[in-house]
Write a new protein. Structure first.
Length: 83
């Protein structure tokens, strides 16, 4: 089964001390939770929420995405599927 998450990316403008987030882009993504290898909470850019980096697989077949949901929310979605 798949869970629906929101990938997040930030559009920034400026450099150094004047760098700021102009807008946040959210896109839905469907992910198979059995392929998740690691979840790590990371601090987002200033004035933006923290993001979760999800790593799946290993080696050349592995990869990672950044999503808006917290690890706790993702675990809750996964446990809702197994009940």
């Amino acid at each position: 089964m798949l869970i629906k998450l929101n990938t997040v990316s930030f559009v920034t403008v400026g450099h150094g001390a004047t760098k700021k987030v102009e807008r946040t882009i959210l896109e839905p993504i469907w992910l198979n939770p059995t392929h998740i290898a690691k979840m790590e909470l990371q601090q987002g850019p200033e004035d933006c929420p923290d993001i979760t980096e999800i790593t799946w697989g290993a080696g050349r077949l592995g990869g990672h995405i950044h999503v808006l949901e917290t690890p706790e929310q993702i675990i809750s979605l996964i446990s809702g599927l197994t009940q």
